[in-house]
Write a protein that binds this ligand. Structure first.
Ligand SMILES: [Zn+2]
Length: 218
């Protein structure tokens, strides 16, 4: 009998092998080419590709200006047909999710949009409108669950500086800091390094392509 897991509740993740369909999806995701995030400049209103970041769930992307990413409003957009990226989470997005009341770093493993039929609970047939996240840096077995968007907050480097006496939390933040500061790495790389699903399957080796620093300027 299919059982709907509770939303917004962390659960211990299963130890067993992931279903083959899931393994295939993880592999397919890792083989996708990197995608740029496009943003609309608040000063000149142009839509431009972010020169090095590719996570549309990164907080504040809707507030960006060309100058924030070392671009110049005066330079014409060279690629036609760019569209603003929707501000949503994708596999590899780093987020904060409350765990026992404490905002804890987590990674989005799967979103409803692209690989919604991924599920760690194999007898569950109709996913809710939510993201599957797993917590990062936990001691012992990892936990995760389906969370609604309102329960997730994009992880910003300033969140990593909030004082804490919890050594495990501090370690989790330190781990995430590597992925949120230059040199930026791809979503796939984060996914491969941090996602629970990736720790359960044999993975294709996909090297990160270095990101150009000043993408739109000659
Ligand atoms: Zn601009």
């Amino acid at each position: 009998m299919a059982q709907t897991p509770p939303l917004n509740t962390p659960r211990r993740l299963p130890e067993g092998e992931l279903p083959l369909a899931v393994q295939n999806k993880v592999g397919a995701f890792l083989l996708q080419p990197s995608r740029k995030v496009n943003f609309r400049c608040r000063t000149c209103d142009s839509v431009r590709a972010h020169p090095y970041y590719e996570d549309p769930g990164y907080p504040g992307i809707e507030l960006l200006r060309c100058a924030d990413v070392n671009l110049n409003c005066g330079v014409p957009v060279r690629v036609d047909g760019l569209r603003e990226s929707p501000n949503e989470f994708v596999p590899g997005s780093l987020v904060l999710v409350k765990k026992e009341g404490i905002p804890w770093p987590a990674i989005v493993e799967f979103s409803i949009d692209d690989i919604a039929d991924y599920f760690l609970q194999r007898d569950w047939r109709s996913p809710p409108h939510a993201y599957y996240i797993t917590f990062i840096g936990e001691r012992g077995p990892r936990t995760g669950g389906w969370y609604q968007k309102m329960c997730l907050k994009g992880l910003h480097p300033v969140d990593l500086n909030v004082p804490t006496h919890d050594q495990t939390l501090q370690n989790a933040r330190r781990l995430c800091a590597n992925y949120l500061t230059p040199p930026y790495c791809s979503l796939r790389r984060r996914f491969r390094d941090l996602a629970y699903a990736c720790s359960r399957v044999q993975l294709p080796i996909v090297p990160d392509v270095p990101q150009p620093e000043r993408f739109e300027e000659v």
